[in-house]
Ligand binder design. Sequence first.
Ligand code: NAD
Length: 340
Amino acid sequence: KTFRETVLVTGGAGFIGAHYVPWAAAAHPETRFVDLDLLTYAADTGAFSEQAKLPNVVPVIGDITDETLVAKIFEEMDVTGVIHFAAESHVDNSIADPLTFIRTNVEGTAVLLRAARDAWTKRGTLETSRFHHVSTDEVFGSLGFTGFFTEETPHAPNSPYSASKAASEHLVRAWRETYGMNTSITNCSNNYGPRQHGEKLIPTVIRKALAKEPIPIYGTGRNIRDWLWVEDHCRAVDLVFREAAPASAYVVGGRCEKSTIEMAEAVCAVLDEMTPWVGHRHAELMTLVADRPGHDFRYAISPEKIERDLGWRPTMAFDEGIRRTVAWYLGEGRGRLLAV
Ligand code: NAD
């Protein structure tokens, strides 16, 4: 079969990529997706093998910092667009081991940008081929009780993770300004849904609750995050990649602010309902522990621009999304829960 275009997706075995790739492969059957993923500890290898069965997905195991491999993929697969998810993504790990984050998130993005520019310049498609960079609202630093992040908010990253993501965004900007690359960027808030690695908040709450161990809550538990159903994020990425003007950036969020305690309580309430009674409400296991250093107080997004320009809306109600997430970890995703 011949395809109309080939899109290189990086990190398609990660939490968000593992939702994006099968959805996009079905939504765009005329597009071939090359999924380049190193299969680090964070990857969902089961999801990656499933992708291999799809007629328009070509999984490639490899490192985005591998210049030879990346250049070869651009040349041999005739890549016409990039959606760049691959990253080291866990803030706590970035505090313990920052250099891995610099290597993958900063250097890896530069390797991809350079290979894209070389290949697309050679083919004369630099202006029409799109490089989409998936970023986070964490690059904006912390909000107080009021206000929202918008596309105009300046970067003020506070963790090695968010600093590496901010740096990679600056590289995307530089390739746009210096080389005329056709770029787009999305800055999304916290995603939730099935398939997230066991180290993150929601699976940690579930794992600890099921083991009847204390559920650790950083600091006062009052830090606020703006939660978005992972598939709603995937649709936003796809829309911006395909329809947004060159050089555009969009912040993406679910208008769903929750403190850590509220999120943990919501997960525990669903567990109370879905698992046999264990003699206590699961939320009683919540225990405040020493705060994460540099812990940002509040992230919140005003997604007005993407709603207005592209007609994007979050579709999933939080109560339903959290039920589906917990149900997945109790069933098919049980193994993922333990993979810490
Ligand atoms: P994840 O950690 O679950 O997955 C990352 C994937 O990238 C893994 O499959 C891993 O194997 C792969 N990877 C890591 N290093 C690589 C390398 N050197 N070469 C090739 N592949 C490599 O992350 P996620 O939660 O799916 O996040 C995906 C992207 O979205 C990241 O760029 C992240 O910054 C961004 N983001 C995430 C969230 C969120 O809430 N999870 C919110 C906003 C933005």
